[in-house]
Design a protein around this ligand. Sequence first.
Ligand code: NI
Length: 180
Amino acid sequence: MAILKIARMGHPVLRRVADPVANLTAPEIHKLIADMVETMNDIGGAGLAAPQVHVPLRVVIFHVPEHRISGRPDDPAQPLTALINPIIEPLSEDMELGWEGCLSVPGLKGAVPRYARIRYRGLAPDGSTIDRSVEGFHARVVQHECDHLDGMLYPQRMTDMRLLMFVEEGARYPIDLATA
Ligand code: NI
């Protein structure tokens, strides 16, 4: 296992559309996922996409820690999930504004509108199918990570760039998104 270097905004690997994983049994894929898990556990964060470690493949990992859950029924804490070749489908037109950060955009956070409820499907590393309908933080982290697979970073999803800021300043001058 290895801790991988994180690509930062401006690196072309973060702008391209990642390729589907063609062969889930390839040992390189399992090594990639193990290294991504080790990297995320080392740096922190709720998720990581393969392009962020300079690998243009459709692989994401994420988890929903207890302290991030919204309390809504389909937003339980979720242990680490590795998702391959994911597809996302919004379950309603409802959008929610929430704070996001990204290891590829260090030091900043921004308020990003996301679909409130989604269904996502994809493959687990053992080849089994993952098919979940989720909301709240779980829906947000999956949309954020899967955007990385299409060359999209969260600032490009923002609708009010005044809500892009340094994390430290955001802590000093808190903003309530319900009234922003
Ligand atoms: Ni990110």
